[in-house]
Every structure is written in structure tokens, then in C-alpha cells.
Design a protein around this ligand. Sequence first.
Ligand code: FES
Length: 250
Amino acid sequence: MNLTLHVWRQKSSTAEGRFVDYTANDISPDASFLEMLDVVNEQLIEKGEDTIHFEHDCREGICGSCGMMINGIAHGPLGGTATCQLHMRQFNDGDEIWVEPFRARAFPVIKDLIIDRSPLDEIIQAGGFISVNTGSAIEANTIPIPKVVQERAMDAAECIECGACVAQCPNGAAQLFTSAKVSHLGLLPQGQPERYDRVLRMVEVMEEHFGSCTMYGECEAVCPKEISIDFIARMNRDYIVARFKNRKAG
Ligand code: FES
């Protein structure tokens, strides 16, 4: 396949960025999108030019670091897929492809396609954990958990913190991310003692950095793990209960 790429190049968070055109020739349809960028970068190295900077680690859809906008869609045209798992057979020979970093006020560009996702980490630091001393691992069946609850919790726990939901949302909201993190702990028995404090703390930090949810649903459409926006409704219910509990306590 021969392709024309328009890639966002930006030297630093303070520098001005612009699209730069590249050709990617003789690309295998079986190559992943990141492997295609590797080929372009090898050509740039041979010419002594600065390579296109992008983030990646696992290349298996696990770590969440590889996200970028491809033709205006977070992680590209194939649903339920992280950028590293997108293959070039999803494109046609001769295509022009526009490649940009995830764009959101909360995610400043560090360089080229690399963004700073640390506001998502701040939400986790505010409550995305269980702080009770659980001791050593206990026998797995000691705490019976209904299968339907287990599966719901695991659906939420699939979130890889890539930030696609924020990047695609016209409001730059992080409700899908936060609700997944609130829910995977709040659904399980081990997460109950801190359930309501957790949602208050995490939503408070979320609101410091991100926009408000007005239910566009774009987040669910681009989530590489297909996390449902139903979790947002669940988080909102827990948040209302938590506020009510606090008022009574006061
Ligand atoms: S590189 Fe880890 S999810 Fe894509």
C-alpha cells in the first residue's frame, strides 16, 4: 500500500504545531498503524530528520499509551480497537490519513503525538484504590460475589486509561473514564467501605480538569474497550447518594 500521511508535528508544549506531509510506501496491509509509523520513522532516520514522536508500550491494547486521532477519530476507524491494534488493511491503497494527538484542554501536547495524561492519574490518586488492609491473598471463594456483579465490575475494569473518551468528547469530559474507575471498585464487596467517599473525591478532581458530560455518547463510540455509558449513570447515582449522606452527617 502507498499512503500519504499528514502528521501533526510540534516540538514542545509551547511551540506552535503544524501538519507535515509524508509518504508511506510499500506498507503491508498486515502492518499495524504503529508499525507503519515505524517504517516512516526509519526513513526519517536515514535522512537525518527528527522522527515522529508517539507513545507506545505494550502494543497489545493493554497499556493505553498509544492513542492518537486518526482521520478525526480517536484510535481510528475500527471500533473497539486501540491504535496499536489497528491494521493497515482498514485503509485503502492511495488513502490520505490525518494523524493528530488527542486534543483536550486537560491533555497538553508534549511533543508531536505525545500528550500529558496526568490529570487522569490525579483522578485515580484521589480514590481509585482500596485502602483497607487486605492482608495476604485469601482463598478466592471466601467472599461470594454474584456472577452478574463480577462481570459488570470486570467490564468497568477493562478501562486502559487511554483518554480517547476525553479526546472525542466535544466537552472534553472524563465521565466515562471516572465512572469506570468508580464502578469497578464500587461494585465489589471489597470496595464498599469507601464507596461514597471515593466517588466524591474522584468526581471533585475530575471537575477540576475536565468538562461536563452532556451525553453526546462519543466517548462510548470510541472507547477501545467498549465501556458503556451506563457506568456514568451509575456514578451519578452514587454521587447523589454520597452528597445526601454527607449532608445528613453534617
Ligand atoms: S501500546 Fe499499549 S494499548 Fe496500544
